[in-house]
Design a protein around this ligand. Structure first.
Ligand code: RFL
Ligand code: PHB
Length: 393
């Protein structure tokens, strides 16, 4: 027996993109069902992004899920850049009159799940074998298995919010999709520790041994990253070695202020730039990491998921409210225009700050010249600041 269901928008994935889309749609009177392959604890525990653009924070406020964000989020006016132990600051507020908020993706996810489960509509956890059917028709369907039963959900539209490894993008015929990709020959080793941050702002460091980043989640919880090889074995990185490397790369001032402690999470993430275009096929719309990936250096991934969802929600509500299809037809073009700019910024930050070449090479000198220019030019600093705080929607 297959259990049959019906909804307006079938959403695959309960990450930030799927959850925020469902919430915004609900506020506009559009019903959805979210299918998530993992369980709630796993989704809420996944440590990832930490920096929200002002536009993302405003969207969360519009969605009515920003009470805790406003109480606990740390507003940052700038970042520090350290190059070979010399540091300079990019002052976002002065250069752009905007700021960013440091608030963990885990917390955004928890707030959105709580809102959803407070009466917005269902999240089907542990939905296995989610399969997309008939996206070229006006009645696309999703089938999946859950609690030992087969289910079928008929929808008006399907939102593929299932991240880079999801099924949505793969359900689009190969000849209808173009891929653009750059895989970087290094990764980030990240640690989370319950120690106070070494600085009140984020520190991005370029060092001869590789990139390092000092970030945070709260006044008592720090998040740090170091550039590492892709073939690194986590067992070869005991906490003491990570702290030692961080102190070396982040410079003497940060090292002097750094409190060390046991890592409560430690992982290695590869770095990738990726765009799939178009972000729509028939009645299937891709949003977030399902359509694009940025290296984390620009702190853009979660923020791009939010802007995609903003455009997609606007297009779907125009369809349901005014029978307009023009915004749905333009969704991919509109979203991609912003995606490509964030791709460029993330690629630029990544290539400027990481160890890519031999220190004696021409390219290494170009990186240093770029950073020297950035340190001294208000125009260059404004360009960085404008992108970091988020380009307009
Ligand atoms: P997600 O978060 O991957 O969620 C996708 C969801 O879909 C589910 N799923 C499926 N469900 C059903 N059926 C299937 N077949 C499915 N396949 C997958 C998954 O279980 C999951 O729950 O994608 P979404 O919603 O598009 O959100 C994207 C963001 O998570 C991502 O871009 C950011 O985390 C990237 N990122 C950062 N972004 C920022 O804006 N600022 C940052 O400071 C920042 N730092 C980071 C980051 C990502 C990192 N890693 C680990 C890649 C730092 C790191 C280290
Ligand atoms: C984080 O806090 O996880 C973080 C912050 C800034 C980045 C990337 C990750 O650029």
């Amino acid at each position: 027996m297959v259990s049959q269901g019906r909804t307006q928008v079938g959403i695959i994935g309960a990450g930030p993109a799927g959850l925020l889309l469902a919430r915004l749609l609900k506020l506009h009177g559009v019903e959805s069902v979210i299918l998530e392959q993992r369980d709630r604890a796993y989704v809420e525990g996944r440590v990832r992004a930490g920096v929200l653009e002002q536009g993302t924070a405003s969207l969360l406020e519009e969605a009515g899920v920003a009470d805790r964000l406003k109480r606990e989020g740390l507003v940052h006016d700038g970042i520090e850049i350290v190059v070979r132990d010399r540091s300079f600051r990019i002052d976002f507020r002065d250069l752009t009159d905007k700021t960013v908020v440091v608030y963990g993706q885990t917390e955004v996810t928890k707030d959105l799940i709580a809102a959803r489960l407070g009466g917005d509509g269902p999240i089907v956890w542990n939905a296995a074998n989610v399969t997309i059917h008939d996206i070229d028709s006006a009645r696309p369907r999703l089938t999946y298995r859950c609690d030992g039963q087969e289910h079928e959900l008929t929808c008006d539209f399907i939102a593929g919010c299932d991240g880079f490894h999801g099924v949505s993008r793969q359900s689009i015929p190969a000849n209808a999709l173009r891929h653009f990709e750059r895989v970087y020959p290094f990764g980030w080793l990240g640690i989370l520790a319950d120690v106070p941050p070494c600085s009140h702002e984020l520190i991005y460091a370029k060092h001869a041994r590789g990139f390092a980043l000092a970030s945070m989640r709260s006044p008592t919880r720090s998040r740090y990253y170091i550039q590492c090889s892709l073939y690194e074995d986590l067992d070869e990185w005991p906490d003491a070695l990570v702290w030692e490397e961080l102190k070396r790369r982040l410079g003497s001032e940060a090292a002097a202020r750094m409190t060390t402690g046991p890592a409560i999470e430690k992982s290695i993430a590869p770095l990738r730039s990726f765009v799939a275009a178009p972000m729509r096929h028939g009645r299937l719309f891709l949003a977030g990491d399902a359509a694009h990936i940025v290296p984390p250096t620009g702190a853009k991934g979660l923020n791009l998921a939010a802007s995609d969802v903003y455009y997609l929600c606007r297009a779907l509500t125009a369809f349901y409210g005014d029978k307009r299809t023009d915004l749905l037809d333009r969704y991919s073009e509109t979203a991609l225009a912003r995606v490509w700019k964030a791709e460029r910024f993330s690629w630029w930050m990544t290539t400027m700050l990481h160890k890519l070449h031999d220190e004696t090479s021409f390219e290494a000198q170009m990186q240093l010249a770029e950073l020297d220019y950035l340190a001294s030019s208000r125009a260059a600093q404004t360009a960085l600041a404008e992108n970091y705080v988020g380009l307009p929607y």
